[in-house]
Design a binder for this molecule. Structure first.
Ligand code: HAM
Length: 414
């Protein structure tokens, strides 16, 4: 019987894992400079949490959630995203009683039953960040500057920062009505999904990728023309901060995002090299969600980065780092094997990555193995070396070689 992983999910192993680990390390460094602390929420939540926050008429909730009853008949969902669980945690543990802002980051697998294609998976990893308690647009700009620093540190180039404001519960109804009026005589030309969206959630039409719908909405009213004074002021101040921070950006009034909880600022970071699935990070404000979840009114903003997409960009730009052992100990004969094991132990105890050759391997094949692993050094130990108390060493980068007393082997690598 042969088994394979499920469609749309992946194993991650060397050498790719090193790129993943590098991204995670850079993320921790950058995010901690901005005061974000780690939050680990469960992978399963009650289904209601996602319906309530992401929205009943969104693609995620309508088509993509992994939802099942547990043994007690509760409706459970594998998290499709990390914002709703973070808000649930924030409210459940009364974190709003702590000084504001509370800033968290998380990383881990998310699950969406989508049609798999390049850059789109059913299990994918996000690194996300959420900041609770600040309404001022200063934090919106800080969030974008944190993303810019992250991508700069990772050496990613050719990225576009697209920003928009989709207003608040005060101005959104006016925009919704303008869209309904505009689309009313165009319904026949829409795809089936957009026909449905027209009644339930007309903003979603702006998100549709079907060519006919894209054409029909070309002259649709722009959300930025419908913002109330407060939202306009918020957006303009945000844009002026981006200018002060030298963050190049594009205003994209069609960017409404596929989740319903957003208010005001929304943004996406895209990269043309990625093809159709070109968003590597996305997010925005969700000023009403904490209250919706039973907490006090609390403005909030966050984003999530798609790990697979970042890793794929890093791999194609040659940014992959593969670590190698510092030393391989090639042993000949029984006493050599034993002494080699002891020396390896001593080195490992000091944090030095030491590999061993194994029984049945000739010296030649152990040396070949050292080459294949790109080890820094080879140490050779056999009966002669044990008798003289001195080891032979060889540095693979320049083929230099020499001898050292066995007792000094740790100092040699220090
Ligand atoms: P999202 O736009 O659904 O937002 O996802 C964020 C990022 O996750 C995308 O830009 C993309 O890089 C990656 N992603 C999404 N779906 C897939 C998939 N099927 N396969 C591979 N990568 C994918 C959210 O999830 C929001 N929770 C972001 C947020 C946080 N907003 C506020 N706070």
């Amino acid at each position: 019987m042969k088994y394979s992983a499920l469609k749309g999910v992946h194993d991650i192993f060397p050498p790719d894992i090193y790129t993943w680990q590098r991204v995670e390390e850079v993320v921790e460094n950058v995010f901690s400079a901005y005061g974000f602390q780690e939050l680990r929420a469960p992978v399963i939540e009650s289904t209601e949490i996602f319906i309530r926050s992401i929205g009943e008429t969104t693609d995620i909730v309508e088509k993509e959630m992994y939802t099942f009853p547990d043994k007690a008949g509760r409706r459970i969902t594998l998290r499709p995203e990390g914002t709703a669980p973070a808000v649930r945690c924030y409210v459940e543990h009364h974190l709003y009683n702590l000084p504001s802002p509370q800033k968290f980051f998380y990383s881990g697998p998310m699950f969406r039953y989508e049609r798999p294609q390049a850059g789109r998976f059913r299990q994918f990893f996000q690194i996300g960040a959420e900041a609770f308690g600040v309404a001022e647009p200063k934090i919106d700009a800080e969030i974008l500057s944190m993303l810019r620093l992250l991508f700069e540190r990772l050496g990613l180039q050719g990225l576009n920062f697209e920003v928009n404001s989709i207003g608040c519960e005060k101005c959104r109804p006016g925009y919704r009505k303008a869209l309904i009026d505009f689309f009313s005589d165009k319904l026949d030309g829409f795809c089936l999904d957009c026909k449905r969206r027209y009644d339930q959630n007309p903003l979603r039409i702006l998100d549709c990728k079907v060519e006919a719908c894209v054409k029909l909405r070309a002259d649709a009213p722009r959300v930025t023309d419908f913002l109330c004074d407060e939202c306009k002021e918020h957006f303009n101040t945000f844009l002026s901060y981006l200018k002060s921070l030298d963050i190049p950006h594009i205003i994209n009034p069609n960017m409404v995002r596929g989740l319903d909880y957003y208010t005001r600022t929304t943004f996406e970071v895209t990269c043309e090299d990625l093809g159709a699935q070109n968003a590597i990070a996305a997010g925005g404000r969700y000023d009403g969600l904490v209250e919706d979840f039973g907490g006090p009114p609390t403005p909030a903003i966050g984003f999530a980065v798609g790990m697979e997409r970042i890793v794929s960009l890093l791999k194609s730009s040659g940014g992959q780092h593969i670590p190698s052992p510092e030393v391989l100990i090639a042993a000949v004969g029984q006493s050599g094997e034993r002494e080699g094991l002891v020396i390896a132990n001593r080195l490992r105890d000091k944090g030095i990555w030491a590999e061993l050759g194994y029984a049945g391997n000739s010296l030649k094949s152990q040396l070949r193995k050292a080459d294949r692993l790109a080890a820094g050094y080879v140490l050779i130990i056999g009966d002669d070396e044990i008798a003289s108390g001195r080891l032979k060493w060889k540095r693979l980068s320049d083929s230099s070689q020499g001898e050292i007393p066995i007792a000094e082997v740790y100092d040699f690598f220090k």
